[in-house]
Design a binder for this molecule. Structure first.
Ligand SMILES: CC(C)(COP(=O)(O)OP(=O)(O)OC[C@H]1O[C@@H](n2cnc3c(N)ncnc32)[C@H](O)[C@@H]1OP(=O)(O)O)[C@@H](O)C(=O)NCCC(=O)NCCS
Length: 162
């Protein structure tokens, strides 16, 4: 796997967080993270379909230079805009600041791609994700009624200039 991103973590010199691009030949790795992190996870066909679109990008997160994957993000990138569709950190790696760090790295990558506006939807009950997005400066700007088909849950929409 090709590693194209690397960032230093202050006080955690022994770990090496990296962003690793997921492609068609590594889709199983992303699917495993999906299944582990979401109740309404995307199936293998949805993961493959998503990756087949030129504008879609999936990044896996690693703390050991790519040996082990601890999470992933899926984005649709249409500069100057991008939508975050999935973000996941596997247990037991949650609540260690990695979600925020990987989001920050993704935002830096998006800027390099010419994106200046990012948006996302989140379940109204998803307090950890809402708290993470708000701490990163995302602002709530809408409500989509019954957006999630599995349980008819509403979604908040959030956006941020990056
Ligand atoms: C949302 C998610 C990605 C957060 O990842 P994480 O690595 O645990 O987040 P971090 O440790 O970087 O936390 C950053 C901030 O998010 C918020 N947060 C994270 N987990 C939280 C929790 N369980 N309860 C409340 N706030 C939480 C806090 O504001 C936290 O800052 P703090 O630690 O200074 O209080 C993770 O919980 C996850 O994968 N959830 C399942 C999948 C999901 O719901 N994805 C988002 C919707 S697509």
């Amino acid at each position: 796997m090709k590693i194209i991103y690397d960032f230093y973590t202050e006080g955690r010199e022994n770990i090496r967080p990296t962003l690793i691009p997921v492609q068609a030949d590594t889709v199983e790795l992303w699917h495993d993270i999906e299944a582990a992190c979401f109740q309404a996870s995307w199936g293998m066909d949805s993961c493959r379909d998503f990756l087949s679109e030129r504008t879609n990008h999936v990044w896996a997160f690693s703390l050991d230079g790519g040996e082990t994957l601890i999470g992933a993000a899926a984005l649709q990138v249409l500069p100057p805009e991008a939508e975050l569709l999935r973000l996941a950190i596997k247990e037991p790696f949650r609540r260690h600041g990695f979600g925020r760090q990987f989001m920050t790295a993704l935002i830096k990558w998006l800027r390099d791609e010419g994106v200046n506006r990012m948006w996302l939807e989140v379940r109204v009950s998803n307090e950890p994700a809402i708290s993470l997005y708000e701490s990163l400066g995302f602002e709530r700007n809408g409500l989509r009624k019954r957006y999630y088909k599995n349980n008819d849950e509403d979604a908040y929409t959030y956006g941020r200039t990056i």
